[in-house]
Design a protein around this ligand. Structure first.
Ligand SMILES: [Zn+2]
Length: 331
């Protein structure tokens, strides 16, 4: 890695840009002839793996809940087929193990398979050693199933934050070429609000390894990054917010990376004993999600896998520079 830290990590993303780009950070790395980068990503997990169910459904009880991921993956793969969209699927290892043909099917259809870890543990619940096993097990399993290198990782529940800065070293050691885990927004459970809203090189701890970071789409309004990339925000808020975010990203030379989960397209999934907030976030908008996503996909073109765009994403990251989560190693 030839890039070096360019700024104090507590400063906003523009400050992390090399001097030559400070005057026009919104277009840095983009060329007039380059088509916009737009990617749809799917975190392939079951409804009972979600963070809202953690505590309500014990891991030992997962087997009591009927699997739905196959039905939902059928729906998504058909949707992507009819819209000509190629997507990145971040598979959970335990899902790939239970449904050993699914990852291969994605690859055969021209999609990318990447890793969402093995057991959907937020990184805060892991140590460097247990995370190393979690991610390398899932990477190896998916590579065995698909015959292709797994290049990307997304942490469960956007849990790569300043508190889990050590995880960057683990990802680099494990051979991942990119990470897509850092949400540059303010949220009580996740996010790094001052992280760049465009590709950059993520460094966990000062002096440590870096990895290409591909953040989810945000919509910049009134000096704040609004989360408009998918998930509950997509189902709870008007889809026009996502559309505006995509248009703004294109105008600013930023990629538009969206994310969804198979269970979000499943109005008939069994209802779990969640608290009120969990119920609203999980069960709102399921019936209309497919039509809404189709509308978004048809409103913009060029949907491609993240892995297929790595050369351009690395070029954009070079223009942005390095963003360091922690200036000093944790004691
Ligand atoms: Zn997840």
């Amino acid at each position: 890695m030839t890039n070096r830290p360019l700024s104090n990590p507590s400063q906003a993303s523009q400050a992390a840009l090399p001097t030559t780009h400070r005057d026009s950070p919104r277009t840095s790395g983009a060329s007039a002839v380059d088509p916009p980068i737009r990617c749809v990503s799917i975190d392939v997990e079951e409804y009972f793996h979600i963070e809202a169910a953690h505590g309500a459904i014990d891991r030992s009880g997962w087997g009591d809940w009927p699997p739905r991921v196959r039905r939902n993956m059928d729906l998504l793969l058909e949707l992507f087929d009819r819209t000509g969209c190629r997507a990145t699927f971040f598979f959970l290892g335990c899902v790939a193990e239970r449904h050993p043909d699914l990852a291969r099917r994605c690859v055969d259809l021209g999609h990318e398979v990447a890793s969402h870890g093995s057991m959907h543990d937020r990184l805060h619940r892991l140590t460097p050693d247990t995370m190393r096993k979690d991610v390398t097990d899932s990477k190896r399993l998916l590579e065995d199933q698909t015959g292709q290198a797994v290049r990307g990782f997304r942490s469960p529940s956007w849990s790569l934050t300043r508190e889990t800065a050590w995880a960057v070293e683990v990802l680099a050691e494990a051979g991942f070429e990119y990470d897509a885990s850092v949400y540059p927004v303010s949220h009580p459970a996740y996010g790094v609000p001052d992280a760049p809203d465009r590709p950059y090189f993520l460094q966990g701890v000062e002096g440590g390894a870096c990895i290409l970071e591909v953040p989810p789409l945000t919509w910049r309004v009134m000096d704040r990054n609004l989360p408009v990339a998918g998930g509950g925000y997509f189902r709870l808020l008007p889809k026009s917010l996502m559309m505006r975010g995509l248009s703004q990203a294109e105008a600013q030379g930023r990629p538009g990376v969206l994310y969804f989960h198979p269970w979000e397209f499943d109005p008939d999934m069994p209802r779990m004993p969640l608290n009120m907030t969990g119920r609203v976030r999980t069960y709102t908008g399921l019936r209309s999600a497919e039509a809404r996503l189709e509308k978004v996909l048809r409103s913009f073109d060029g949907w491609a896998t993240i892995g297929g765009q790595l050369d351009r994403l690395n070029g954009l990251a070079k223009a942005t520079g390095v963003f360091t989560l922690r200036r000093q190693a944790a004691a």
